[in-house]
Design a protein. Sequence first.
Length: 278
Amino acid sequence: MVLTDKVNPYSANCEACFGICCVALPYAKSADFAFDKGGGQPCRHLQSDYRCGIHTQLRNKGFKGCTVYECYGAGQKVSQQLYSGNDWRHSDQAEEMFQVFPVVQQLHEMLYYLHESLMIEEAESLHMDIKQIMEETEQLTLQSPASLLKLDVHMIRGRVNDVLLKVSAIVRAPLSKAYESKRHVVKGRDYIGANLRKACLVGVSLRGVLLIGANLTEADMRRAEFIGVDMRDANLSGADLSDALFLTQAQINSAIGNKKTRLPSHLNMPSHWLATKK
């Protein structure tokens, strides 16, 4: 599997956004957020220049949830294209903007995975179909706000998912078969707090699996698929995810790891991992 180091174009560019995620999305006081905030209500840490006042201290200030959120570039699409650079503070369409944002976020998430699929050599036989679906989905993101709010996102996701499943099967098959005799069998979705230390998860589909707080130290997770995996506080110290499929930076940011953790070349090691001594 070959992925380039080029940044996926469906990634957040906060400099071109107006802090929409810091306003549109609600959150409740929890281990991930220090206080309650309603949808459409600006976070108290959002400054007048749309920057976060505690960006470099989010984890220490009780906002771990912010460090693991990814809009997949929906913020700049909504800010700069759909609303022509008119920010929510000076617009009578702010409420509509906040409703459109999560719709575009979902479409961009699909585009993110489709773009990754185009970078995979083994999936070359599917590249034509992937390009077509990408073009159609991209066009949907450029519709009027009113049209976007009427979209059947579930139907669109189903079509995209069919292609992603085919890509996953092609990529995982070779290693999955080679490691079949010693591979850990994943049953069900609930692996919260599970002890999977040194587990062989090569070529395993982990779609939608809950790995919250799981011990995955020194686990072999090459070519495992990670769409929809909840990895909050999963311990990946020394684990090998170097060839993982559909693994995102947000998922990595939510986990625990160290300098021995092997990541795909297009993902960055989180700063809180670098502070880990072991």
